[in-house]
Design a binder for this molecule. Structure first.
Ligand SMILES: [Zn+2]
Ligand SMILES: [Zn+2]
Length: 253
């Protein structure tokens, strides 16, 4: 279980459109190159015995399907999203079938009886994922927990960067729910989000829209960063407020 020494940071325009890193033999981390779009999102491909789950399709500025099909092999491909902002659904059109984009679509597909409450399981075949609804950044946002690798895929709700909060009460409740899920016997090795917007200096972000990220913060966050996020947004109270920390910036919009 490894991470690359360095992600494609946008400083070399000749790199491939996607950087693929196998965290283990069934977990691919895919970074869409910053030179294709400044968002430089991270996509995740999780392989089970029968199915493969692709979390997000990127901005749509680089062909994705041939790469994903090569990586997924013969498995049935399920294309879903951490949430439905444009930089995560941009490649949807390349695929025959994708999970819908509204909270209702997501709840129905994964089988939430009482969205956003409850945790549902999604089995890829020998690899059970737990899905937790975490609206706040976006209404359809989910977190995905992989028991096998103890990875938590957090999308745009927690990553080393600006955590844009559209719905403050929902975000506070979601972060509390997710922290509780982890504390409740679901240990996490690493939290993996969908962007990097912080530099190597604590709490310092790149300019909005920067397409070059020299000296990036690491992608992976240790689990205590989720505890920290839950604590600071709980303490912040009911009024939206910007909160700068070493590994994230809570950024109400
Ligand atoms: Zn987003
Ligand atoms: Zn995003």
């Amino acid at each position: 279980m490894t991470f690359p020494a360095q992600w494609d940071d946008g400083t070399d325009p000749s790199t491939p459109a996607h950087q693929v890193h196998w965290y283990d033999d069934r977990t691919a981390i895919i970074r869409q190159a910053l030179h294709t779009n400044f968002e430089g999102p991270f996509l995740y491909l999780l392989l089970g015995d029968e199915r493969a789950l692709l979390l997000d399709t990127g901005t749509g500025h680089a062909p994705l399907r041939p790469l994903v099909e090569k990586l997924a092999g013969e498995r049935q491909l399920v294309v879903a999203h951490t949430h439905s902002h444009g930089d995560h659904v941009g490649g949807d059109g390349e695929f025959d079938e994708v999970v819908g984009r509204s909270a209702e679509d997501v709840a129905q597909y994964f089988g939430f009886a009482d969205w956003p409450d409850g945790v549902v399981q999604f089995d890829l075949g020998g690899r059970v994922l737990d899905i937790v609804a975490i609206p706040g950044h976006h209404a359809s946002h989910i977190a995905t927990y992989d028991r096998n690798t103890r990875l938590l895929f957090s999308g745009d709700s927690l990553y080393p960067g600006r955590l844009y909060v559209a719905d403050w009460p929902a975000f506070r409740a979601s972060v509390a729910r997710l922290a509780e899920f982890v504390a409740d016997g679901n240990p996490v090795d690493w939290i993996l989000g969908a962007h990097i917007e912080l530099t190597g200096k604590p709490g310092q972000d790149y300019e909005l829209g920067a397409a070059k990220h020299p000296d990036e913060h690491e992608l992976q966050l240790p689990p205590d960063v989720l505890t920290e996020l839950a604590t600071v947004v709980a303490e912040a109270g009911e009024e939206p407020v910007r909160i700068g920390r070493d590994h994230f910036i809570v950024y109400p919009v």
